[in-house]
Design a protein around this ligand. Structure first.
Ligand SMILES: [Zn+2]
Length: 98
């Protein structure tokens, strides 16, 4: 095996591991996360007030724990409703089937 293809193998393995780590970290069912993204990304949402107002409303309606989900969103760059769409959806959207 050439040095480069060895490197590619390592990169691929790392990416797969990273992907698995991301999947395992999701604190709510994938279907709920997908619907959270759909909800935040709906047409004509109210302007983001730079809090998790919409996210928390959605989670509470479904009896999901905001106390678990919000720190997870922050960990992935979502510090308010609009950043959840910009940063978290970018990483997790494809995983949950968006
Ligand atoms: Zn915002």
């Amino acid at each position: 095996m050439s040095k480069d293809s060895r490197k590619d193998e390592l990169k691929k393995a790392w990416r797969e591991q990273e992907q698995q780590r991301l999947v395992a970290s999701i604190p709510i069912p994938h279907a709920d996360l997908k619907e959270l993204f759909d909800y935040l990304d709906r047409e004509n949402p109210p302007p983001c007030d730079h809090t998790f107002r919409e996210t928390v409303q959605f989670l509470e309606k479904r009896k999901l724990s905001a106390a678990r989900v919000v720190p997870w969103l922050r960990e992935h760059g979502g510090y308010c409703d609009c950043e959840v769409i910009f940063n978290v959806e970018e990483k997790f959207g494809p995983i949950v089937g968006r």
